[in-house]
Write a protein that binds this ligand. Structure first.
Ligand code: DX5
Ligand code: ZN
Length: 216
């Protein structure tokens, strides 16, 4: 199963409901929601109130929330109440401590959300415990430094997926950063299942065509 998850970071925020329903009707599988706190990353974006509005505007959309925040646990309840489907937090935000991440994954799942853990480009697969790989519903590999859309794809990061699948063959792996028609084949060849694409999809005249190209 291969899924396309357009990142609404590159959408028109003044027109978000229309942008989201439009992109879904064009074949997007998930909506990727980039949450930034201005501390874990040098940018400020979306909070739970926006997710709550999106949940109402596009009730059936799968809201794939990527939290680039210093204290993800603080946002667990608010995002659950807002209607998030996937709650992905950063391994590095919990001091790169696998045990702490396992505990947070359990809390995420107890609320009925799916638990994702994201790793930045410099974090290696060997830093993640086997217990953590078993506890997650999804592992998100960053192929750019988190914070901004429109950066250059780092192929060596997608290659971490090969090692991950050796440790757990049925692990769902998502890639985020610099995905386009030129880079998606490489990521797919590494075994990636879910492809986030922000600027490539949203900064185009014909967004439907861009989604079609990614799916090809
Ligand atoms: C970066 C975000 C990404 C970003 C991807 O911190 O996590 O989701 O929006 O944008 P592109 O596809 O333009 O690299
Ligand atoms: Zn993201």
């Amino acid at each position: 199963m291969k899924l396309i998850a357009p990142s609404i970071l590159s959408a028109d925020f003044s027109n978000l409901a229309t942008e989201c329903s439009q992109i879904i009707s064009m074949g997007a599988d998930w909506l990727h929601v980039d949450v930034m706190d201005g501390h874990f990353v040098p940018n400020l974006t979306i909070g739970p109130c926006v997710v709550e509005s999106l949940r109402k505007a596009v009730p059936k959309a799968y809201l794939d929330c990527h939290l680039m925040v210093t204290n993800p646990e603080q946002w667990l309840e608010p995002f659950h109440k807002a209607g998030a489907d996937m709650f992905t937090f950063h391994f590095e935000a919990l001091e790169s401590n696998s045990e702490k991440c396992v505990q947070l994954c359990q809390k995420v799942k107890a609320l009925g959300m799916k638990a994702g853990v994201s790793i930045k480009p410099k974090t290696q697969v060997s830093e993640l415990s086997l217990e953590l790989l078993k506890a997650v519903d999804m592992l998100l590999i960053m192929t750019v430094e988190p914070g901004f859309g429109g950066q250059k794809y780092m192929p060596e990061c997608s290659e971490k997926c090969l090692a991950l699948k050796k440790l757990r063959a049925d692990l769902l792996v998502e890639v985020d950063g610099g995905i386009s028609d030129k880079t998606i084949a490489h990521a797919s060849g590494c075994g990636i299942d879910v492809f986030v694409a922000g600027s490539y999809v949203f900064n185009a005249e014909d967004r439907a065509e861009r989604i079609r190209k990614l799916k090809e």
